[in-house]
Write a protein that binds this ligand. Sequence first.
Ligand code: MG
Length: 536
Amino acid sequence: MQKLTFVKVFKFLKNVYCLQSIRHNSLLQPAGVTSASCAGETKANKGLVLGMYTIDDDPGEVELMGRFTPAAERYNLLVGGKLFDVMKSSGPPLKKGKVRVFFDLEPEFSCVAVVGIGKECAGYDEFEERDEGKENIRRAAAIGCQSLQELKVLKICVEGFGNAESAAEGAALGVWLYQELRHKSKQLRLPLLDLHDDCDWAGWQIGLQKAAAQNLARQLMETPANLMTPTSFAQNAVEILCKSGVNVEVKVQGWAETQKMGAFLSVSKGSCEAPIFLELSYYGASYDERPIVLVGSGVTFDSGGLCLKDKIDMKYMRGDMAGAACVVATARALAALQLPINVRGLIPLCENMPGCAAFKPGDIVTAMNGKSILVENTDCEGRLLLADAIYYSQNFWPKFIVDVGTLTRDVKLGLGGAATGVFTNSDDLWDKIHMAGIHTGDRMWRLPLWNYFTKQVTTSTSVDIMNVGRGKGGGAAKAAAFLHEFVPCGEWIHLDTFGVMKENGVDHPYLRRGMSGRPTRTLIEFISALVCHQCP
Ligand code: MG
C-alpha cells in the first residue's frame, strides 16, 4: 500500500501550535469505525449532517435564522434553495446543540440533519482553557449523527465544519455505545461514517483513529468484571494489539515474584484470579531511541479489599482498570498512525478482593525498590500496583514516564468530571499535556507535588512510606507524593483520572452516559505533538 505523508498545521490563536507530520497508511481504517465514500452513491437510507452557525447569545438578533456553514450553503444551492425554505418554515431559529431532520430533499440522501453549531467565531477560550470552536464541532457532529442513527440510517456523511478531525471525533464518539451483551435484535446499528464535501481526508482519518482509541478504552472499561478479569484483559490486549503492530508480553505471577514486586502482588492476594503484568512495545523510531513509558493501573475490579467499599461505589468499579484501558488504546492509536516514536506500556493487572488471603490494614509489604510500605487502607491499592510498575520502567531507560490511574476520590471532589488531575516534576511536560487537553477538549489541571505531601506519607518511625499518610484531605496529592518515591529518575507525569472515569451524557454531549475512556485522546495528542516538535 502506498504510504503518504500528511502535514497538518494547527493554528492556535496567532501562534503556530504544532506542525504535525504523520506518515500513515491512507487506507488504514480505525477499528470499530467503517468508512465508505459518499460520492456517487444513490442508495436510500443514507444521511447527511450539515451545520448552521447560530446567534443564540445575541438578544438583538434572536429573530434571525443564523447562517449555513459553507458546505450547508453549497448543499442548499444544489437543492435549489429548498434547505433554506424548510429550515425557515420549520420553526424558530435553530439553537446551538439543537437539530432538525428533513427528508427527501433530493435523490442521494434520504435525510439531512441540520445542527446548530454555535458562533462562527468560536475559538480558544482563555477562561475555559479549551478550544470552544473544536468542542462545538464535536458536539454538532455527534448530535447530528445520533439523530440519524436513531432513524436507523446505515450510512452517515458528515461535513467537516471547518475542522474535519474534530468532526470525525464527534461523529465516531457520538454513535458509539456499549451494547455487545444485548440481543442482536435490540442493538442500535453503528452507521458507516464518511466525510462530506471537504478535502481534509487526513484530518478526518486522524480524528477517526483518536475516537476509535477512546471507544476501545470505553469498551474495555464497560465490560463487566466477571468477563474482564486480569486474564481476559490480557487476552483482549493480545488480540487487539498484536494485529495492530504492537508487541505484547504477558508475564505471570511467578515472574512478578522474581522481580520482587511485593506491593503489586499484595493487592492480588485476596482474589482467586491470578495477577498478570503486561509489557507492550511499539517501536516506530530507531531502536536506539529512548522510549516513552506509559504505565496503566489495571484493577479489573476494586471491592476495596478488607476495607470494603459500599455497594453504590462498588457498582462502577469494573472501570477501575481505566488506566490500563487508556494505555492499550493509546498504544493501538500510535501504531495505527505509524508515529515515528518508541513507546513501552506497562500494565499491572489484578483484582482487589477480600478473600481469605487478602492483605490487611496494618500489613507491611516491600516494594520492588526495597522500600517498606505500611498498608493503612486496602482500598488505596492502585498506587501499590503503580509503584512497582513505575520502578520497573527504569529497565527501559525511559525518555519520561506517564502513569495513569483512577486513584483518588479527592481529585473528583476538587475537579469533578471537568479535568484530569496532573502531577509532574516537569514544567515542560506540563505545558505540553496542558496544551494537548486544550485541543482535545479533554482537559488537564495541574495539582501540587510539594514536599508538604511527601512528608505526610513518609514520616513514620516503623516504615519507609505509608499508603495513606498523615493528616486530613489532600488525598490526590498524597497519592502522587507516594508514587514520586518510586520514580527511578527523570521526568514523570502522574494522571489521576478518578474524576473523569464516568460520563453523565450531559457535560460532553458527544459521550453517552457510561464509562468515558478519558483521557485517551489527550494522551495521543500529547505524544503526537512531541513527534511534531522533533520534526525538522
Ligand atoms: Mg481502591
